[in-house]
Design a protein around this ligand. Structure first.
Ligand code: GLU
Length: 301
């Protein structure tokens, strides 16, 4: 199978050195393997995505010398596909509506019987308050009444999600080719109990978006035929959610390569609004793409 990867920025601010590292690494891995490097604009957050940031992404990538293969995928044009999938999951009783806000969740999670609140990839692990309420009838997912959560307990019972293994309630896994802090390398296995405890019922459709990062990324990676996902280590823990969704939806699981994060001089991860390290700024100051490669510790093209 040809190596095929993607760079998937959100047009909610300027690309900075952290994005440049991710894009160059993915691009170079694809070129070294004789494979494809695709581009996807993750613009489902309509309140924050801006056309001018999208334009700047194209400019910055061209300037960096990172040509992409095939048409650009834009998530804002794929909402029908996300909706159809939500309906299919709803019809299988795998989703439930949730009306809790952050405060409700924090309060319920810190109730004495819950023990110390657990932090998962999306914040406090949801204590399941709305899971216990009666679900509205109907074959299609209710919207836009609130968020929809994935019932991880139900997902564990669905055929093909976990592979039986003696002494466990089943195992799911993915292959990780990255190395570094917070990344485990090799075949990463996990059980339904770990998922319930460490991740919980994640939001799969936000009220304001009609989808979520998790659902969109899984459907889009499959639609783009991605064999190798190259992205930051901050998404390593969320990969288990993506694998469960892939199994539920009968989609292939790509290989994953989570890479180190670029940090500022205080060791803090670069944020979107970190204009001081925006690629555009380096461009305007007369730096070259080779300088950027040097700054993030990557070999020259
Ligand atoms: N859109 C995400 C970001 O900008 C990337 C997600 C991914 O690569 O899976 O952080």
């Amino acid at each position: 199978m040809t190596f095929r990867t993607r760079f998937a920025p959100s047009p909610t601010g300027p690309l900075h050195l952290g994005h440049a590292y991710s894009a160059i690494l993915a691009h170079d891995m694809a070129r070294a393997a004789g494979g494809d490097f695709l581009l996807r604009i993750e613009d489902i957050d309509r309140t924050r995505a801006r056309p001018e940031w999208e334009e700047l992404i194209y400019e910055d990538l061209r300037w960096l010398g990172l040509g992409w293969d095939g048409p650009v995928m834009r998530q804002s044009q794929r909402l029908d596909s996300y909706c159809e999938t939500l309906d299919a999951l709803w019809a299988r009783d795998l989703l439930y509506p949730c009306t809790c806000n952050r405060r409700d969740i924090a309060e319920a999670a810190s109730a004495p019987q819950e023990g110390a609140p657990m932090l998962g990839p999306d914040g406090i692990v949801y204590p399941g308050t709305c899971r216990r309420k009666p679900r509205p009838p109907g074959q299609t997912a209710p919207r836009p009444s609130g968020a929809l959560r994935l019932d991880m307990g139900q997902a564990a019972l669905a055929k093909g999600v976990y592979t039986p293994r003696i002494g466990t309630k089943g195992i799911a896994s993915f292959e990780e080719t990255g190395t570094g802090e917070h990344i485990r390398h090799g075949r990463i296995e996990f059980t339904p109990d770990e998922v319930s405890h460490e991740i919980g019922d994640v939001v799969i459709a936000r009220r304001d978006m009609g989808t979520s990062y998790h659902l969109a990324v899984v459907l889009d990676d499959a639609a783009q035929g991605i064999t190798d996902v190259v992205r930051g280590a901050d998404l390593f823990e969320a990969t288990r959610i993506h694998v469960i969704l892939q199994r539920l939806l009968g989609l292939p699981t790509p290989r994953y390569h989570h890479h180190r994060l670029i940090r500022d001089q205080n060791g803090k991860r670069l944020a979107k609004r970190d204009d001081a390290r925006a690629i555009r700024k380096y461009r305007e100051e007369g730096h070259s793409p080779e300088d950027i490669r040097r700054m993030v510790g990557l070999p020259q093209a």
